[in-house]
Design a protein around this ligand. Structure first.
Ligand code: DGJ
Length: 541
């Protein structure tokens, strides 16, 4: 009897142990880690499923996040070779009556994305869309008492809501929180949705600030102490402290705190990274139709434009990133903007850029600068153009090149092991420096011995080089040759290719298809625009 009891309790113990083991070995099969931003040595990566992820995105047109338009969206994303779709969520559709929510559009976007193996960035079109209030529900638009509009200096109300209204902020906040709660209920395990954009190009188009009697009263008073602390200034009225920037700073203050509170409430429901996008201040000379670059006219007043990034970062700590919408293909401006928004406290993320060919090469510039992602706008253009061609072919062929190695790219960026070279008119070759090795990139073909490379017609050549080992590299490019050499030495002097493999990555595994040698390597690796990745091992002798 005793023996039996012992035997029985032992087997019970075994059973409990086995069950515990089984649970430990098989955590909930589908649960993946939530997306998060991770920093290392001043670089930031977007971790998806626990490792760096590169967003090769495409933003759809404003009115395309409707079930009837989605089939076109999925076709376009496939043609673009995108891994992430950016799709709006319309406050007016989500909350047609106060407190009554309809998330059917959102559900279809998320389910469709899963079916097409895409991730999603959702764009909350709430209080602000391009410096206006056009996406707020009818019950908000028609109740100006409860949801006051911005009043211009001449006393006229405009189509922008006042950031000073607690009522409006609470209404937006509760809708956004409901959206995040809903996302938690449908996406907590799979994490198809990577990021939330909160509002769209917030600010006021048509006035530098709200000039309602309440706003004027507040403007005449002292600058709040949290703002003084953020900008390291002494007390005074708005005009005394900020002089010519007082009106714009007043709007920035209210707007940044308004959006920060919405983001904080949303993240309480579902903790994934949230960012805001910005309608930049462009050099007036580039926008002749606007002539003057003044807040409220040249760009929406109150947004995180270049000169306001710092104060926005301080006033809105819940916002994980501010991403510039880049609609100028002037290289100097583009680079300047990337460097302005890429800071130790702000990852570089380009949520919108032009879809036309001249913007294609900027994905290489962005990767060279350490971007977590890049996403041109208007990528679900119907196919019915007379030429049968989409206007975004350059982005599609670049993404085709980068998509198979996007995880490797993200990892290399995070480790500081990635360099790019990009052609500019008159700049037909470039040196890429890894310290122990350098690479010479030359753009355009044919490349004759003893002559400079010809460059390409539209100056769209580019190369991307990743160092995967001390003497080992992954290389890809557009219309260029790439040859490695030791610092201070010419190619082939004390160095040579040990092995050159052409291939691709499948699910993170390198698949070599052939060895390259002879004419394919003697004058450097040749990239003619096909979707090639080359893995190179160098030798010193
Ligand atoms: C920037 C906005 O953020 C987008 O929603 C869209 O309106 C584009 N401009 C159009 O160019």
């Amino acid at each position: 009897m005793r023996v039996f009891t012992r035997f029985r309790s032992l087997s019970l113990l075994h059973f409990i142990f086995a069950v515990l083991l089984a649970f430990a070995a098989h955590p909930r099969a589908s649960a993946v880690e939530a997306p998060r931003l991770v920093q290392k040595d001043g670089r930031t990566a977007l971790f998806v499923e626990g490792r760096p992820y590169l967003i090769l995105g495409g933003q759809i047109y404003n009115s395309s996040a409707w079930p009837g338009k989605l089939p076109e969206v999925w076709d376009s994303m496939a043609a673009l070779h995108a891994n992430t779709v950016e799709a709006p969520v319309y406050w007016e559709q989500v909350e047609p009556q106060p407190g009554h929510f309809d998330f059917s559009n959102v559900d279809q976007v998320v389910e469709g994305a899963r079916a097409h193996k895409l991730h999603v960035v959702l764009l909350w079109f709430g209080t602000w869309k391009n410096g206006n209030m056009h996406y707020v529900p009818e019950w908000v638009k028609t109740d100006n008492k409860r949801f006051p509009r911005v009043i211009r200096a001449d006393g006229e109300p405009i189509d922008v809501l006042s950031a000073l209204s607690r009522n409006t902020m609470e209404a937006d906040k509760s809708a956004f929180a409901a959206l995040m709660r809903h996302l938690k209920s449908i996406d907590d395990e799979q994490h198809t949705v990577l990021l939330l954009q909160v509002e769209n190009e917030s600010g006021i188009v048509g006035s530098v600030r709200d000039f309602s009697p309440e706003a004027n009263r507040e403007f005449a008073g002292p600058v709040p102490s949290d703002l003084l602390a953020a900008v390291h200034k002494s007390p005074g009225t708005w005009a005394q402290v900020f002089g010519g920037d007082a009106d714009e700073t007043f709007q920035v203050y209210h707007q940044a705190k308004y959006i920060n509170e919405i983001v904080a409430a949303g993240k309480k429901e579902f903790a994934i990274p949230c960012y805001i996008n910005v309608w930049l201040a462009y050099p007036p000379a580039e926008l002749p139709q606007r002539q003057v670059d003044v807040p409220g006219i040249g760009y929406p007043s109150g947004g995180p434009v270049q000169k306001m990034v710092d104060v926005w970062k301080k006033l809105a700590p819940s916002i994980d990133a501010i991403g510039p919408d880049l609609y100028s293909s002037d290289t100097r401006f583009y680079l300047d903007m990337m460097r302005t928004y890429h800071r130790a406290d702000n990852p570089l993320w380009i949520p919108e850029t032009g879809h036309e060919a001249p913007y294609g090469k900027f994905v290489f510039y962005a990767l060279g600068e350490g971007a977590i992602g890049f996403s041109p706008f208007g990528m679900d253009q119907p196919w019915g153009t007379t030429s049968g061609k989409v206007p975004w072919g350059a982005h599609a062929s670049n993404y085709g090149l980068l998509a198979p190695m996007s995880r490797e790219i993200a990892q290399a960026e995070f480790e500081g092991k990635l360099r790019t070279a990009v052609e500019e008119p008159g700049r037909v070759d470039e040196e890429v420096d890894f310290g122990n090795w350098q690479a010479t990139v030359a753009f355009g073909f044919p490349q004759f011995d003893g002559r400079r490379a010809p460059g390409t017609k539209e100056a769209q050549g580019a190369a991307l080089v990743v160092q995967v080992g001390p003497d080992e590299f992954l290389v890809t490019g557009v219309d260029c040759s790439v040859i490695f050499h030791l610092p201070g030495k010419k190619a082939w002097m004390h160095s040579e290719f040990l092995r050159v493999e052409e291939g691709t990555f499948e699910d993170g595994k390198w698949m070599s298809s052939r060895l390259l040698n002879g004419d394919e390597t003697d004058r450097g690796l040749q990239f003619h625009g096909a979707t090639d990745i080359v893995r190179v091992k160098m030798n010193k002798f």
